[in-house]
Design a protein around this ligand. Structure first.
Ligand code: NAP
Length: 322
């Protein structure tokens, strides 16, 4: 990249996603300077040791001083508090975004906390792992992944220019960018991300609680399907508690639909309706093939895990002190 897209980047909350944004932006030459604020002393010590920020502080207002782009990468329900703490340091004309997994609630929290002199453009990279903390971050996380931006309804030219610049930033990091209404984002993600996590948390919890099956047996005989659920169910408890509480309406609506469909599957099994089961399983197999064709998943068996000669950085042990 010839010219950085922004001069100074400030990241507030530097765990898996915040660290990955910085590493990807550095690798792409998309920014020339980086400041970080994080509430966790352990995370700050790790960020200092990893050496990818020019300034590491506990004070968001100090980190955002003179920043051209500020990205909030804290758990969804901490966004408002972090934005209020950063507000006194923000320079007029700065672009402020976030990476939160829920958009309508975060957009409201940022707008309430920040001055009107900045450009607020909420965002969500559809990329992540079940790891947390700065050590889990890696520069390639956003390559070929979608980033959804949910701009405000402002139509003035300076705001539109800020949206274009933020789009250039994410494109430089290897992402595909889509603009979307925030409530629509929350409904789509309730289907594609939030409900699958709820199911994984529930199924792994239910298996662990089953009478007549010991915990040892669950671990020893865990088949591929169950193991894949345990990976998702190992995701950060704080992050996911916040997602469900902040996207309550959309999640409950999709959960209602899912419960009806599950009842239909249960009926088909009870009444021996093999055709119904076969049709459903054929339809879902096509959906997976579509995801692979869209380049969002590996076609290799077992998600390509058996082919890897070296450990995937995304599966490095979670070193974050909680
Ligand atoms: P993470 O690894 O847990 O990192 C979050 C960091 O922010 C922690 O170090 C945390 O410190 C710190 N923090 C919390 N409140 C703060 C505050 N008020 N001010 C400053 N720092 C604060 O989280 P993550 O997985 O990177 O997720 C961050 C955001 O990205 C979330 O909004 C999540 O919804 C979104 N997201 C996550 C993924 C994913 O796969 N993980 C994917 C896409 C989007 P403490 O530990 O002391 O609280």
């Amino acid at each position: 990249m010839s010219e950085p897209v922004y001069g100074k980047l400030a990241v507030i909350g530097c765990g898996l996603i915040g660290a990955s944004v910085i590493l990807a932006a550095r690798a792409a030459g998309a920014v020339s300077q980086v400041a970080v604020a994080d509430a966790s002393p352990e995370a700050r010590a790790r960020i200092e040791a990893l050496g990818f920020a020019d300034l590491v502080t506990a004070d968001p207002a100090e980190a955002v001083r003179d920043a051209d782009l500020v990205i909030f990468a804290v758990p969804v329900m901490a966004m408002g508090e972090a934005a209020r703490a950063a507000a006194p340091g923000l320079k007029p004309g700065a672009t402020v975004s976030d990476v939160g997994s829920v958009k309508a609630a975060v957009a409201e929290a940022l707008a309430a906390a920040l001055p009107e002199t900045c450009f607020i453009i909420p965002g969500h990279p559809i990329a992540g792992t079940e790891q947390s903390g700065p050590d889990a971050g890696f520069a390639e996380l956003f390559q070929h992944r979608w980033v959804i931006l949910t701009p405000q309804s402002r139509t003035d030219a300076p705001y539109q220019a800020a949206v274009e610049r933020l789009t250039d930033f994410w494109t430089a990091l290897g992402s595909n960018v889509e603009l979307m209404d925030d409530k629509h984002h929350d409904l789509v993600l309730a289907v594609t991300s939030h409900l699958p996590h709820l199911i994984a948390y529930t199924i792994v919890g239910a298996a662990a609680d089953l009478e007549g099956v010991t915990r040892g047996e669950v671990m020893k005989y865990s088949a591929g399907g169950f193991r894949d659920f345990t990976r998702i169910a190992a995701s950060d408890p704080t992050m996911w508690r916040d997602v469900f509480l902040s996207n309550k309406d959309a999640v409950l609506e999709i959960l209602g639909r899912f419960t009806e469909d599950l009842q239909a599957m249960s009926r088909a099994i009870r009444w021996g309706e093999g055709d119904k089961l076969f049709d459903q399983f054929s339809r879902t197999r096509e959906i997976r093939r579509g995801i692979i064709a869209a380049g969002q998943e590996s076609a290799a068996p077992n998600f390509g895990r058996d082919q890897r000669s070296s450990p995937d950085p995304a599966e490095a042990p979670d070193t974050k002190a909680k």
